[in-house]
Design a protein around this ligand. Sequence first.
Ligand SMILES: Nc1nc2c(ncn2[C@@H]2O[C@H](COP(=O)(O)OP(=O)(O)OP(=O)(O)O)[C@@H](O)[C@H]2O)c(=O)[nH]1
Ligand SMILES: [Mg+2]
Length: 228
Amino acid sequence: MSRSFTVLPSGQLLPFRLNYETLRVLSQFVTAATDARQFPVPVAPEVAFLGRSNVGKSSVINSLLGSKVARTSSTPGRTRSINFYSVRWPGRPRPEVMFTDLPGYGYAKLSREISAEWPSFIEPYLKERSNLALCVVLVDSNIPPQKSDEQLCEALHSYGRPFVAVATKSDRVSGNQLRQSLQTLAQALGTERILTYSARSGHGREELWQQIRAATDALAGVAKAELP
Ligand SMILES: Nc1nc2c(ncn2[C@@H]2O[C@H](COP(=O)(O)OP(=O)(O)OP(=O)(O)O)[C@@H](O)[C@H]2O)c(=O)[nH]1
Ligand SMILES: [Mg+2]
C-alpha cells in the first residue's frame, strides 16, 4: 500500500492512502540551459537532480513523472545542459513544481569539460536560483562513495542548500549488501538518512515524492507569506 494525493476543488492537495501508481502528473520539457542567461523565469519551486554521469538522474525523473520526458542512455554524459521540466497536477492550470535534470559529473572522459561548465552555469544555478527548493543527490547503491559526491554535498552545504541523498539502482543490490552500502554512502555524504530508489521497479517513488512535496510546499508557503 502506498500514498497518493487527491486534488480538492480548492486546489489543495491532500495525501491519501491510495495506490501510488495511480498518481498522475502532467510533465513537459520547458527548456535546456547551458548558460545562466538561459534559465527560465522562476514560476514554481524547483527540484534539482544531481549526481555522477550514468547514476540514473534522468531515469529517476522519468520514474517520478511516470513518463519518458527525460532522455536516458547507457552512455555516460547524455545530459549536457540543465533541462527544465514543468510538473502540473491534473485540473490545475499552472505548474506546481519544476524538475531540473543536471549534467552528470565524475566520469573520467568528461571530467575536464564538466569542470569547465561548472562555473559557467551549474554553480550559478545551485548557488543563486531563488526558487530552488531541494537538491536530490543521487549515488549508485552498487558503487562505493566517490570523492566527487562528497565534494558536491560539501558545496551544497556551503551554499545553504537542503538536499536529500538517494541511492539508485537498488534492484541491482540485495539485502545485507544494500544495507551495508547505504551505511557507508550516508556516512561519506555526511547525511543521516539515505533513500533507496529503483527506476526499474518504482521502489522508493512514494518516499521521494513525499520529500519533494514537503520541500516544495514549504517554499511555496514562504513565497505566499512574502506577498504584499
Ligand atoms: N537496473 C537499473 N538500471 C538503471 C536504473 N536507473 C537507471 N538505470 C540505467 O542506468 C543507465 C543510466 O541512466 P540515466 O538515467 O541515463 O543516467 P543519468 O544519470 O541521467 O546519466 P547522464 O545524463 O549521462 O549523466 C541507463 O542505462 C539506465 O537504464 C535502475 O533503477 N535500475
Ligand atoms: Mg541524464
